[in-house]
Ligand binder design. Sequence first.
Ligand SMILES: [Fe+2]
Length: 274
Amino acid sequence: MTLHRLGADAGHHDVAASLDEHGYALVERVLPPADVDARRAALDELLEATPTGRNVFEGFRTQRVYAVFAKTRSFDDLAVHPLLLGALDHALGGHYQFSAPVALQIGAGESAQVLHRDEDVYPLPRPHDPVVVNSMWALCDFTARNGATRLVPGSHRWPEDRRPDESEAVPATMPAGSLLIYLGGLWHGGGANTTDRPRPGLLLEYVVSWLRPQETQLVAVPPDTVRRLPARLQELLGYNVFPPFLGYVDGRHPRRALDPDAARADDPLRQTAP
Ligand SMILES: [Fe+2]
């Protein structure tokens, strides 16, 4: 099976339509090669202090940089890239945050990850509307041999009792700088890396802001770091409110825990007060 592919000139509508129909959107060459090189150099620096995985799911030959927004400023703009935010708005509505942002490198010789759905960490009765969207920025060429993420196209619309067969998984091969976005209800898994070179990437997973993130960003990234970031990134790190007031701090918008002088107009309890 061949995957549906979009070019860097794709618009929000193209991405949304592909997500709806296939469960993923693959946008090729969003970042130019020189940009990819710079991101990869930033990742290499982080990997020097990062151990390999501790279990089969993490991968014993794979390095994962957790708490990534506490450790580097090199990926901030990718997290709020317009194509990605457009897809998130479409699939999750206007209120979401990071769940598990991870910079990672699948090492040479790593075996394939079991097929799974990212949404299944939440004990919600299915079917339900999407609550998770995941995204992968390719920081090298992703190939069938070096561990390209395997997708089961269309499986986000399967009946609940259907399980994928390995033969139904298609490697999401893509050139460096591409962006793969997929729904949390799509069956997928990391591929095996049978080459002698690592496969670096940036995996940014988002969840609706009425569910807790996999990694508690409010603890992972110190307030002194968050205070210096753009407001949109602060919101993605958990300084947000799901209407009418889920997430308040001391009766106020959590943003005011960072900056007591922040505008009071959007204080959630203030809005709902009689
Ligand atoms: Fe996954």
